[in-house]
Design a protein around this ligand. Structure first.
Ligand code: NAD
Length: 496
């Protein structure tokens, strides 16, 4: 069976002492294996990145950007291969994989602006004959640890910007769908990136713990579930590293009584069920304000959902694919059952869909649950499946309180025609990314991405301007060149 190895110092390395199956979630079969890096292999990757740093750091930013530009062209030229690899291991349909890849490429395009992004700040004559400037220097070896649900895009939130800022990188992708990430990393070599600048180790906790504790690693970017994000942040910080750890989510959409209901339903379909709900920005709760809005929403959703098809990635007419593993399928089914047991109404039940020809696949159909209340386990947990829960409230204040009280604060959205209500909502809601009639308000590459509360541990958001700050450290230089023969007198007071 094909074993996906590691990319260290420009070479594929196969430390396959420990391996794990990689499944095709549509067939339910293990079609590949992934090597799980040992401590020694991970240290080898860190050593390669450390050795490559001095030369890469001194490479002019424009040359680093040119490599990124060639990389962007290679990503576009090889898009079909990348999307197929994503489909085979993640299960998402080709149109959805293409969207993910495009959002990743936009981060590469932003990274191509490196010379502009790294220009720094300059002030002339801050004192008599004294000039001062701040420059943004690279950190050294930085690490990225990424989740299964965006194997192409999320790594590209990290390494393009880290690299153009002059750092070298060790990436630890998800062990569940490693092939598209590895393929992408190999394109960097083809784009002209020197060996050792970008390294990939596949693995699990054993390799992650090395990245969190090895003193040669200066910063860690993480994206994944909240319990792991919390562990990563605590461990990396305790080991003196800069860390940003993005966690899980429970994203609510408020549906106001004045909303264009047909539009809201269309938007909710994609945002709740696209990619099987396995998106950290998926809308998993619709909060209907008033009974009329609640009744209209549920009946229109029910009707619209009858047209959705779940199936294999290879058929582009399918709306969404399977969930990632058999265990995850069971977990999602369990949350639907627990909502039912707790008294909610399962209006559309996707627990056991029939997908002809893919009977062993990890499929869950689109599910709609009405009359969910905040005390239910299914409301509190991040289900991460194609399940939309409807909570009914009387007022917008009640809806906002629900969102503000939830432990997660990644994304949210309001559907309304009332500009004043929308403005009040965006001003007061305790969530990092807000949509107004926009269901998936994922910031573009030249803004930054991040949630609030237990959806992000750390100060700086991912990519965009915050990404540049995260991957550089500021140095401020103050300079005077006295005219020859001129000597300053002694002053014991603080310079002003
Ligand atoms: P996960 O937390 O299980 O895994 C993420 C990474 O952490 C993987 O590389 C994995 O190998 C590693 N890991 C897992 N357990 C570990 C442990 N005990 N010690 C050290 N490392 C460990 O997440 P996942 O299931 O791959 O991804 C889904 C989760 O990611 C969801 O919660 C989703 O909301 C979240 N996510 C968040 C964002 C965001 O931007 N906030 C984006 C995408 C996904």
């Amino acid at each position: 069976m094909n074993v996906v190895g590691h990319l260290i110092n420009g070479e594929m390395v196969n430390d396959a002492a420990r391996t794990q199956d990689v499944f095709n979630p549509a067939t339910g079969k293990a079609e590949k294996q992934v090597a799980l890096a040992s401590k020694q292999t991970t240290e080898q990757a860190i050593a390669a990145a450390e050795a490559a740093f001095p030369e890469w750091r001194n490479t002019p930013a424009i040359k680093r950007a040119r490599i990124m530009f060639r990389f962007k062209e290679l990503l576009e030229a090889n898009a079909d291969t990348i999307c197929k690899l994503i489909g085979e291991e993640h299960g998402k349909i080709s149109h959805d994989a293409a969207g993910e890849l495009q959002r990743g490429i936009e981060n590469v395009e932003f990274a191509c602006c490196a010379p502009e992004l790294l220009k720094g700040e300059h002030s002339r004559n801050v004192g008599p004959g004294i000039d001062s400037w701040s420059e943004f220097q690279p950190l050294g070896v930085v690490a990225g640890i990424t989740p299964f649900n965006f194997p192409a895009m999320v790594p590209m939130w990290m390494f393009p910007l880290a690299l153009v800022c002059g750092n070298t990188f060790v990436l630890k992708p998800s062990e569940r769908d490693p092939s598209s990430t590895m393929y992408i990393a190999q394109l960097l070599k083809e784009a002209g990136l020197p060996d050792g600048v970008m390294n990939v180790v596949n693995g699990d906790k054993e390799s992650v713990d090395v990245l969190l504790t090895d003193e040669r690693v200066k910063a860690v970017s993480f994206v994944g579930s909240t319990p792991i994000a919390e562990y990563i942040y605590a461990t990396a910080s305790a080991n003196g590293k800069r860390c940003q750890a993005l966690g899980g989510a429970k994203n609510h959409a408020i549906v106001m009584p004045d909303a264009d209901m047909d539009n809201a339903v269309n938007q909710l379909l994609g945002a709740a069920f696209g990619s099987s709900g396995e998106r950290c920005m998926a809308l998993s709760v619709a909060v209907a304000v008033g009974d009329e809005a609640g009744d209209a929403l549920v009946s229109k959703m029910q009707e619209a959902m009858s047209g959705l098809t779940v199936g294999a990635y290879s058929d582009a007419t399918n709306d969404f694919g399977p969930v990632i593993t058999a265990a995850h399928k069971e977990k999602v089914q369990g949350y639907i059952s627990s909502a039912e047991k707790d008294g909610a109404a399962v209006v559309v039940d996707g627990r056991d869909p029939k997908v002809a020809g893919y009977e062993d696949g990890f499929f869950v159909g689109a599910t709609l649950i009405d009359n969910v209340t905040p005390n239910m386990e299914s409301y509190q947990a991040e289900i991460f499946g194609p399940v939309l829960q409807v909570v009914r409230v009387k007022t917008m204040e009640e809806a906002m309180k629900l969102i503000n009280d939830h432990e997660y604060g990644n994304g949210t959205c309001i559907f309304t025609r009332d500009g004043e209500a929308a403005r009040y909502f965006s001003d007061h809601i305790q969530v990092g990314m807000v949509g107004i009639n926009v269901p998936l308000p994922v910031p573009v590459a030249y803004h930054s991405f991040g949630g609030w509360k237990r959806s992000l541990f750390g100060d700086l958001h991912a990519y965009g301007p915050d990404g540049v700050r995260f991957y550089t450290k500021r140095k401020t230089i103050t300079q005077r060149w006295p005219s020859s023969g001129v000597r300053e007198g002694v002053s014991m007071s603080f310079p002003s």
